[in-house]
Design a protein around this ligand. Sequence first.
Ligand SMILES: [Zn+2]
Length: 446
Amino acid sequence: MILTAKWVMPISKEPLKYGAVVVEGEEIKDVGYKDEILSKYPQDEVKDLGEVILFPGLINIHTHLDYTILRGVGDNLSFLPWISKLVAKSRKLSFEEILLSAKLGALELLSAGVTTIADTTATGASLQAASELGLRGVIYQEVFGMDDEKIGLILADVEEKYNKLKSQANLKLKIGLSPHAPYSVSGRLLQEISKFAAKKDVPLCMHLAETEEEIEFLLKGTGSFATTYREAVGWGDIPWQAPQVSAVKYLDDLGVLNDRLLAVHVVQTNDEDLELLRENGVKVAHCPKSNAKLGNGIANLPAMLEQGLEVGLGTDSAASNNSLGLFSEMEFGLLLHRANQRDAEVLTAKEVVEMATIKGARILGLEEEVGTLEVGKKADLTAVSIDNLANQPVYDPYSTLVYNASSRDVILTMINGELIYKNEEFNGRIEEVINELKQVKQKIEE
Ligand SMILES: [Zn+2]
């Protein structure tokens, strides 16, 4: 099948005005100008998408689909009261209810042109939702544990959950582990997980240097993570010796910084921290909206890029964003850093789109499969309508995607050559999920 569009953006090369993509089975067979492609493949079925920008499916490298039902719950809370509310509310939900929440998140992503995710789950629900609805990516089993006396039990549980997810995953989904954060996973447990990951070649993901409170907890052993948080999760009696270094240095001293690790947030850092991350090949998930909404600050993306760190874009969960789409993330991220640096030459629309496509793919080890429109790659595609006032005129499609387009402009999402979403249609699945979610919402409101 040949898909033709007003603009085709391969990302690996300049945008093509009046372009075409040839899809055969799961793969991209060819990409080029419409006239050339049509004369090269005269027998193929042609589908003209018209006034759209056709580009690779977006890659959101930090989500928690399980928490989608908590969108808008705790909008005006700072990190600690927010996470406490999140934990309390989600504990009320059954697995079936969390699964519905994860399905809502997966449907939102697909309708927003996101085809690949890196998602962290405590329950396994997001794996089931991603798998049923056709998303690609990495699903990380979340790990908590500060009590080293129980480390044997915790590790056995981690291995069991990891194996369970692995047995449920399809070919589009890889399984990883996510030790939650330096304040919720002990140093010893982190080292053990890191060893397990090295032995089995498992990708890792961890929230790192997100808040000032986290840094205070590590530097001095004081602050709300030492008191409120530890009491709330029942760790008040477990001894804690502050390492008296930054969050990044702490992980380096533990020997757990390596190229398998995706560090999420990385807001509270200095130059030495960024250098340690780069030296060790650690990748970064930049989540500008979530960091801003929770009042956690601004990660130094320009410095990360200058140092040569690999950085992709993530939204974090709907509970702290509140959307899972990447258009507003791209726009906000770019504008935020320009305002913060008082420099209009900081970041271009092209650089931000690359973060949401090929750079995200590289970070997840999927650059041979997705992230650009190139021959032999998987046919993961997104089309955004430019047939509306807000997106006209188009001089540079990168500019349109970042400064103008919204998730609601997405008219088509294809994964592995399969048309998953088209013109607001999911083959009826969406109504079913929304209806069932109404009951879960009532429970959250109680
Ligand atoms: Zn997160």
